[in-house]
Write a new protein. Sequence first.
Length: 351
Amino acid sequence: MSRWIILLTSVLAAVACVEMVRRALRWRLLGEKWVLAAPLVRRCTWPGFALAVVATANTLYRPSMVEGSVGDAIDRFLNLAMIGCVTWLVIQAAYAVTDVVLDRLVTIQGERNRRARRIRTQITLVRRVATAVVVVLALGAMLFTFPQVRALGAGLLASAGIAGVVVGVAAQSTLGNLLAGLQLAFSDALRLDDVVVVEDEWGRIEELTLTYVVLRLWDERRLVLPVSYFTTNPFENWTRHGSRVIGAVMLRVDWSIPVEELRTELYHALREHPLWDQKDWVLQVVDTLPGGLLELRALMSAADSPSAWDLKCDMREHMVNFIREKYPESLPRFRVVQESEPLSRFGPSER
């Protein structure tokens, strides 16, 4: 009974020590001086409590404290729990460290935003790969706590080459997606929050994993594609080197329209619009169409693709209203030329 009292007291003391460390990290002055304090508290509190309890119990517990085979089973369970808690704490600590970098990258705007999104994408994928590796190593360590598995260790190592070939053939698509995800992340071809056009669908990269990519479409739908799609199929990336976009508005009007006045009106409307980035604009006659029509193209630039879309819609509406109010006679119309019927050389009575 005294051993159990010592074990319980030690467990409570370990929990109290972890709680003291947590409170110290949450202490206002320490939290302000050390930027890692808040992420560690957020990520590592429960793994720390679990590891303190399991590590203390695993250190002080002896199978002889319980009669029969139950004591050995408890000892085996504590060993497995010890490996699991260490793995949990290591993963959460790694996430806490990377959270500091990711939180700083989220607030970066302007010209440095593209580089920040690239680093954020790479860090996200790397820590997922690291998590997978740590979990696999932990599972291997758990298996090798069993004597039967240790006895088979030499045979498993001898057949590792054959097993690797079999697994590689069976999981060819999965491994292909894994390599494609790493290729996309480190080649800077695709980043989180990039604006892309895939399968005639416009959207932003919402999630980029090692196996799939989630595209948030303009109407809040989600398009989920395998990572290998982006390495084997062409796609448009509107934010590859920058988010600035030039939009185009097409207008078809009658030949009688005064193009120079339309150009002046477009410039005045753009200058007063908050979405125009004050850089590029032009109004050109790009084609002549049958039926006495002109095709005009108005180009205008905006900071990003959503702003360009709204700017195009507003300018199209403004120019249509301007033409309708100022030059209604220049609205598109179809012309029909009716030629008079030629007189027959025969009279009506001779037909």
